[in-house]
Design a protein around this ligand. Structure first.
Ligand code: PRP
Ligand code: GLN
Ligand code: SF4
Ligand code: MG
Length: 494
């Protein structure tokens, strides 16, 4: 499939001690380590901005590529800070060029660094409005600059009270920006902060670590970073919440909008997030096991005696592996790895052109012929988006002697575009958008496809409110600007 696009964000603050030794603790190195754990969320580019309180200055390094290609011990050592934020990017607005990489940094009216995961559907309307004024000019094509623009206006008005400015800007953001955002920032000299959109579409959690009487705080897309860095999970940031942590480690937090129905992206559990993460207190691994079990129950009731139909259960590496284990256990079928993934290859869904995605899949998976030859395979994948992966894998399995391939998919058919930080705004690119299941089976070459039902998806995730707009067409936010967004996005992409 074309790779799904997403981003990862993180912010870390090492608070001052009574002797003001905060600079001995290096937030930059911690952010780098956190970004390594968020690499799967974005492979286009990465960046870190740090603030060094004793030097009273920002350091910034951003580039195209993977975290480990961009950062090393020596360039990290040159940008030591007691506060730092970082970003791994999958572009959904703007280009893949250097100019559009996050975090974004400005020095006036107050030092401000920002990074977000998400997407603003009415970006083009707002960008036109800003560019038509004589007082401002956008310098990037990235929606993060809209946040910067709004907060800079608030800071220039409430000069002496940065918290009041932060609150004022957040309220304007909630009002004017339509879409999804889990955002982190640094306010030079003052502290770090986080903001989550009113529906909580993209995840953001808070963690704390205490050593030698000094508290360190982290705001991050996924809890896997917290585990890796030895932070305790405190809580998720609420939808519509602004959280600010000052240099003494004191927290101010407030939900600034009326309660809406939470709409956390169901795809975080199904595909995006790392298996070791927990999103909104629901373990991704446990959810994926539940997805596999409930899908197996659907298959049981449809096929009766399973052994008459299937010889093995085989996952499409990597993400579907967890669900495939539970599915095989429930059906009492052998679990076999019929396809091996090249450990050096990236996630293919998040690449930006059909050709790139196609090639990536060709180079990524190799069959184990002895395991698939003459077998009736129940092939498990987490999702079919464009169908690129399924088409390619089924033909590969058949080429090497598989007798039949039936697909079991732990996500219901994806029929509608996403404008919330996953890069498939164009409905027509989705294989299920205008086809019934028998047509999809024919197109990908599967004997049959069993999709998980929406009810079973909801039961597996068991969360108070999920976004399932790409399945149901019911979007939590205003998407009246989506047509222009989708058109402009496809013009930009190869
Ligand atoms: O129908 P498509 O458009 O091909 O997209 C769906 C595929 O893309 C993703 O895999 P990916 O290779 O991105 O990552 P993974 O290794 O984590 O499974 C997903 O897990 C599916 O396998
Ligand atoms: N996938 C994302 O969250 C992307 C964030 C932002 N819209 C960008 O393009 O950089
Ligand atoms: S539309 Fe789909 S992929 Fe996008 S946020 Fe909602 S559930 Fe997630
Ligand atoms: Mg996959």
């Amino acid at each position: 499939m074309e790779k799904v696009r997403m981003c990862g964000v993180t912010a870390i603050l090492h608070s001052k001690t009574s002797s003001n030794e905060s600079l001995n603790a290096d937030a930059t190195y911690d952010v780098y380590r956190s970004l390594l754990k968020l690499q799967h969320r974005g492979q286009d580019a990465a960046g870190i901005v740090a603030y060094n309180s004793s030097e009273k200055r920002f350091h910034s390094h951003r580039s195209i590529g993977l975290v480990n290609d961009i950062f090393n011990e020596s360039n990290i050592a040159l940008m030591k800070g007691d506060m730092a934020i970082g970003h791994t990017r999958y572009a959904t607005t703007g280009s893949d060029s250097l100019n559009d990489i996050q975090p974004l940094l400005t020095g006036y009216p107050l030092g401000l660094a920002l990074a977000h995961n998400g997407n603003i559907v009415n970006y083009h309307d707002l960008a036109r409005e800003i560019n038509s004024k004589s007082s401002a000019q956008l310098l990037t094509n990235n929606d993060i600059e809209l946040f910067q623009n709004i907060w800079c206006q608030s800071f220039s008005v409430c000069k002496d009270n940065s918290l009041a400015a932060l609150i004022d800007g957040s309220r304007r953001i909630f009002n004017d920006l339509k879409g999804a955002y889990a955002l982190v920032g640094i306010l030079g000299e003052r502290g770090i902060f986080g903001l989550r959109d009113p529906y909580g579409i993209r995840p953001l959690c808070l963690g704390m670590r205490e050593s030698d009487g000094r508290k360190s705080w982290i705001l991050c897309s996924e809890t896997s970073s917290l585990i890796q860095l030895g932070f305790d999970y405190i809580r998720d940031i609420s939808p519509g919440e602004l959280i600010f942590i000052d240099r003494d480690g004191e927290i101010f937090s407030r939900v600034l909008v009326d309660q809406k129905r939470p709409s956390t992206c169901m795809f975080e559990w199904v595909y995006f997030s790392a298996a070791e993460s927990s999103i909104e207190n629901r373990d991704v691994y446990s959810v994926r096991l539940a997805l596999g079990t409930l899908l197996a129950n659907q298959i049981k009731s449809k096929y009766g005696n399973i052994l008459n139909h299937f010889d093995i259960v085989c996952p499409v590496p990597d993400t579907s592996r967890t669900a495939a284990i539970a599915l095989a256990e429930t059906l009492n079928l052998p679990y076999r790895e019929g396809l091996i993934k090249n450990r050096y290859s990236q996630r293919s869904f998040i690449l930006s052109s059909d050709q790139q995605r196609q090639r990536a899949i060709e180079n990524k998976l190799t069959p184990i012929i002895s395991e698939i030859k003459d077998k009736n395979i129940l092939l498990v994948d987490d999702s079919i988006v464009r169908g690129t992966t399924s088409r390619r894998i089924i033909s590969l399995l058949k080429m090497y002697g598989a007798k039949s391939v039936t697909m079991a998919i732990t996500c219901p058919p994806i029929k509608y575009g996403c404008f919330y930080g996953v890069d498939f705004p164009d409905t027509s690119s989705l294989i299920a958008s205008n086809k019934i299941i028998s047509e999809i089976e024919l197109e990908v070459g599967a004997k049959a496809i069993e999709y998980l039902t929406i009810d079973n998806l909801e039961e597996s995730i068991s969360h108070k409110g999920i976004c399932d707009a790409c399945l149901s067409g019911q979007y939590p936010t205003d998407i009246s600007a989506s047509e222009e967004f989708s058109k402009r996005r496809s013009e930009l992409r190869i």
